[in-house]
Design a protein around this ligand. Structure first.
Ligand SMILES: [Zn+2]
Ligand SMILES: [Zn+2]
Length: 80
């Protein structure tokens, strides 16, 4: 993800989830809600290479759950 940068950061009132932007439409994705509702997807391969490849559910469907950058299969965020 963010290569360990979150480690040690303790924002008051923040329960530890983050917000990412959909890489296609730039919609904010609340990763906590995504975790609960399974409405966000990510590309593990791109993420491991530092590309923030998060997808909202609409765009994930639009690209047929295949990463448009590396053609890997997208994973639902709740399986992270
Ligand atoms: Zn999107
Ligand atoms: Zn990818």
């Amino acid at each position: 993800m963010t290569s360990g940068l979150i480690k040690g950061v303790n924002k008051p009132g923040h329960k530890g989830w983050t917000t990412e932007k959909c890489i296609i439409c730039k919609t904010n994705i609340d990763l906590y809600e995504a975790y609960e509702g399974g409405n966000a997807y990510y590309c593990p391969k791109c993420l491991s290479q530092g590309l923030k490849a998060y997808f909202c559910s609409a765009d994930a469907r639009r690209v047929h759950y295949k990463c448009p950058y590396c053609r890997s299969e997208l994973k639902p965020y709740y399986q992270f």
